[in-house]
Design a binder for this molecule. Structure first.
Ligand code: SAM
Length: 351
């Protein structure tokens, strides 16, 4: 074991904080043994707050129509090969009905920035979900909207909002997005959401094109400062119809190391073992849980559209990834010593 990394890991577990240069040391000098040491510390921290419970979210991918053209994303506006779809209100409510019966108590509605989803549409939809299922949390992940829009959706019953910041380095942001999208506006959206009382999630891809180790150290520093309620990180995976098709995918090992660091930096954060982690490696989600994650988000979208929400090549959507295979997921979690629970699964920020 690298003694210096052990000292940094112990200090991180105790103080929940390191300097950026020290995060960089961990990122650059952790091998299997050091990663496992950090994962053990992260598991202990997670268990202090959440025991061995795993929270599940039913992910409903409501549309793959998007006005944006993020260079990494398979559903970007300029991808002519993407077979577009949009769910109706009835489709979405039917997903919730099915999810509720399966034991889901959080529904995540995610989609491209599709102009069809006006505030009026979403307010009615949220009203429908909340009146049927008042014991459930609703998470939205529909990209950048105005503060007024976020306020209306909050009032209509939305509890949480996921908006990955993607990178906290403005120049890197510019290499991943067209000029119409700016880091400044993303961060404004995140601040607005927080001020409006949402539980807020940010996050980033690991191994995205042009990302450096220094930038990843910066992401850890950003998480420590922003302290999101949720943090979605997963490996970048190239999509064949984007300009980034020839870039390498991010690493599962590095993603797990960063999950462990994030758990230690912000012990009560809700941290998903993402689909991208499971898509890149068999058992990737279990590895995420063992690195300190405590949330999984199986796919609850109608089977007919599931393969169309292709953010990256070979994205998992069937099998153990589907909400219908909850029993298989429960078994996978049980096999590593964790328990899927029926619960809204809010962040335990005040304990
Ligand atoms: N439109 C909403 C937004 O921008 O937040 C939600 C949908 S967006 C497709 C969800 C997330 O997918 C993005 O925040 C991004 O990090 C991730 N994603 C997109 N393309 C990806 C890729 N090629 N590899 C890994 N993750 C990707």
């Amino acid at each position: 074991m690298n003694e210096r990394i052990k000292i940094l890991a112990d200090r991180l577990a105790k103080d929940h904080f390191l300097e950026k240069s020290e995060y960089l040391e961990i990122i650059q000098n952790s091998d299997k043994e050091e990663r496992e040491y950090l994962a053990a510390l992260a598991r202990a921290e997670r268990e202090r707050h959440y025991g061995r419970d795993v929270y599940i979210r039913g992910l409903i991918e409501i549309s793959n129509i998007c006005k944006n053209d993020c260079y990494y994303c398979g559903i970007r506006a300029s991808n002519k090969n993407c077979d577009r779809y949009r769910l109706t209100k009835e489709d979405i409510l039917a997903c919730c009905d099915e999810g509720y019966a399966l034991g889901f108590r959080t529904f995540v509605m995610q989609g491209g920035e599709d102009g069809h989803f006006t505030d009026e549409f979403l307010v009615e939809l949220l009203g429908g979900i909340k009146s049927r299922y008042p014991d459930c949390a609703v998470t939205l992940s529909l990209g950048e909207r105005s503060r007024e829009s976020y306020a209306r959706l909050k009032e209509a019953g939305a509890d949480r909002y996921l908006l990955r910041h993607e990178t906290s380095d403005p120049e890197h942001y510019g290499l991943l997005h067209p000029e119409s999208l700016t880091l400044a506006n993303r961060l404004k959206c995140l601040r607005d959401l927080r001020e409006l009382g949402y539980q807020v999630g940010c996050g980033f891809m690991v191994g995205s094109p042009y990302q450096t180790d220094e930038m990843l150290a910066g992401e850890l520093e950003f998480i420590g400062q922003f302290k999101p309620d949720m943090c979605g990180i997963g490996p970048f995976i190239p999509h064949k119809d984007t300009d980034f098709r020839d870039f390498k995918a991010g690493s599962v090992d590095l993603t797990c190391l960063l999950l462990s660091c994030i758990r230690l930096i912000h012990p009560t954060v809700l941290l998903p073992a993402t689909t991208a982690l499971g898509s890149l490696e068999e058992g990737g989600r279990e590895r995420g849980i063992l690195a300190g994650a405590n949330v999984v988000m199986p796919n609850l979208s109608p089977a007919s559209v599931r393969r169309k929400y292709m953010l990256y090549d070979n994205k998992l959507s069937d099998g153990a990834e589907s909400a219908q295979a909850k029993a298989a997921l429960e078994e996978r979690m049980r096999s590593i010593g964790y328990t899927v629970v029926v619960s809204r699964g809010d962040a335990k920020n005040n304990q």
